[in-house]
Design a protein around this ligand. Structure first.
Ligand SMILES: O=C(O)C1=C[C@@H](OP(=O)(O)O)[C@@H](O)[C@H](O)C1
Ligand SMILES: C=C(OP(=O)(O)O)C(=O)O
Length: 442
């Protein structure tokens, strides 16, 4: 018997900022770096160590998946220290991707190296995220990929989404492949990460009209080069990875600058100063854009001895910005835009329709629910500030919808965030960190 009434989802009362802030926020390791470094450590020649690694749902799903594919991964003296011992890539196993794009797009090429079938599936929301380009690339490289429900022949229709099975054969010949990565840079990153272990390496050409999140592809190339892999990226939209060994390393993971964004943005909403230590002077993380964007909206910042300090003085202006390179920052800037003193336009982010949820629709709907004005365009959002009122903000299993709602709640009384626990995808103690930040007032 099913009941026709469902209990209302528990909500979290987003706290109002009572006074200007004076907070230092320690942000855990980068999701994108942690999950790349884990993959490379699991494919390396010998045991390696990650320090300052993220421990969150996405990172733990990656750890679980790599274990099931044959790697040994243990905690060192701290949960953020991970000791990785590679093993032969083993098949006849399952990978739970959860809702992690990095797990669902990085591991199918890895699974092609396994000695048997690897079955992939994830959350209901993951089953609508685009997958075809990476699966088509594997098939063109001679790997069988099939829908577990419809059989395994090479002529079977290629699955477009989760669930799917990659029939690992113990080795991948490699060679040339065309990939349309206009919906996600992760299709390119996933193939490049495993490519040094393909017999002939990989020559990957992007054939789409647009390529989002280029910093994340540069991050992939940089992490590959750090472990001794030869990558030629001298031609636009093309990457050549030479076959060769992957060196084992002892590496420290940078803090997650995209997760730092809502905290730093709080200084513009509440006034005062928010500091993030460990800010890298040189990084491939798209969060590097955050300080300049906050300055354009009315804040000021300094970077001294690795501490980024953002100060707000009550001003918050609208912005016209192309976030094609850093789409994961859009929910933070959409919230700021809804609180600004002039309209904003966020451009270049059509690919957000394939993120944890359709983020353009979700942001427009939820800002509108609070009395704001937000409209979807072909490739982004136009947000016109209006007086906002409290209500429940729906989060659609999307961690960044929750953090963006918290930002709105600093100024709008009565914002209640549905399923704030979804922040555990990349930041398990989000609410604790947020409340500590608010406790530190000037
Ligand atoms: O490679 C990565 O670590 C990521 C790439 C980007 O994906 P898209 O290119 O799909 O936007 C980004 O949005 C995501 O949060 C992390
Ligand atoms: C798009 C994101 O995640 P994923 O790695 O699941 O694609 C994100 O974290 O904003």
């Amino acid at each position: 018997m099913t009941s026709s009434t469902t209990a209302p989802a528990p909500t979290w009362e987003a706290p109002l900022a009572g006074a200007p802030l004076d907070a230092t926020v320690e942000v855990p390791g980068s999701k994108s770096l942690t999950n790349r470094l884990l993959v490379l450590a699991a494919l390396a020649e010998g045991p390696g160590t990650l320090r300052g690694a993220l421990r969150s749902r996405d990172a733990d799903l990656m750890i679980g998946a790599l274990r099931s594919l044959g790697a040994r991964i243990e905690e060192g003296d701290h949960p953020s220290t991970l000791l990785v011992t590679p093993g032969p890539v083993t098949g006849d196993t399952e990978v739970d991707t959860g809702l992690a794009g990095t797990v669902m797009r990085f591991l199918p090429p890895f699974a092609a190296l396994a000695d048997g079938p690897v079955r992939f599936d994830g959350d209901p929301a993951a089953r609508v995220r685009p997958m075809l380009p990476v699966l088509a690339a594997l098939r063109s490289l001679g790997i069988t990929v099939h829908d577990p429900a419809t059989g395994s022949g090479d002529s079977a229709a290629l699955p477009t989404h989760l669930p799917f099975t990659v029939e690992g054969r113990g080795s991948v010949p490699g060679g040339a492949v065309d990939v349309d990565a206009s919906e996600s840079s992760q299709f390119v990153s996933g193939l490049l990460l495993a490519a040094a272990r393909f017999e002939r390496g990989l020559s990957l050409r992007h054939i789409g009209t647009t390529l989002p999140s280029l910093p994340h592809i540069e991050m992939t190339v940089a992490t590959l080069r750090d472990v001794g892999v030869v990558v030629d990226d001298s031609r636009d939209g093309m990457w050549d990875v030479s076959p060769g060994p992957i060196a084992a390393r002892d590496v420290r993971v940078e803090p997650d600058l995209s997760n730092a964004a809502p905290f730093l943005a709080s200084a513009l909403v509440a006034g005062g100063t928010v500091r993030v230590p460990g800010w890298p002077t040189l990084t491939t993380q798209p969060g590097a854009m955050v300080p300049d964007l906050l300055e354009r909206m009315g804040g000021t910042y300094t970077l001294t001895d690795g501490v980024l300090s953002v100060t707000g003085a009550g001003e918050l202006h609208g912005i016209d910005v192309d976030l094609h390179a850093g789409g994961e920052l859009a929910p933070t800037f959409a919230a700021l835009a809804a609180l600004a003193d002039s309209p904003s336009r966020l451009r270049g982010i059509a690919h957000l329709r394939g993120h944890e949820t359709d983020r353009l629709a979700a942001l427009a709907r939820e800002i509108t629910r609070l009395g704001g004005q937000a409209e979807e365009t072909r490739d982004g959002l136009v947000i016109t500030p209006r007086p906002l009122r409290g209500d429940v903000v729906r989060t659609y299993a999307d961690h960044r919808m929750a953090t963006s709602a918290a930002l709105l709640g600093l100024r709008v009384p009565g914002v209640r965030v549905e399923d704030v626990g979804t922040t555990a995808k990349t930041l398990p103690d989000f609410t604790g960190m947020w409340l500590s930040m608010l406790d530190s007032v000037a």
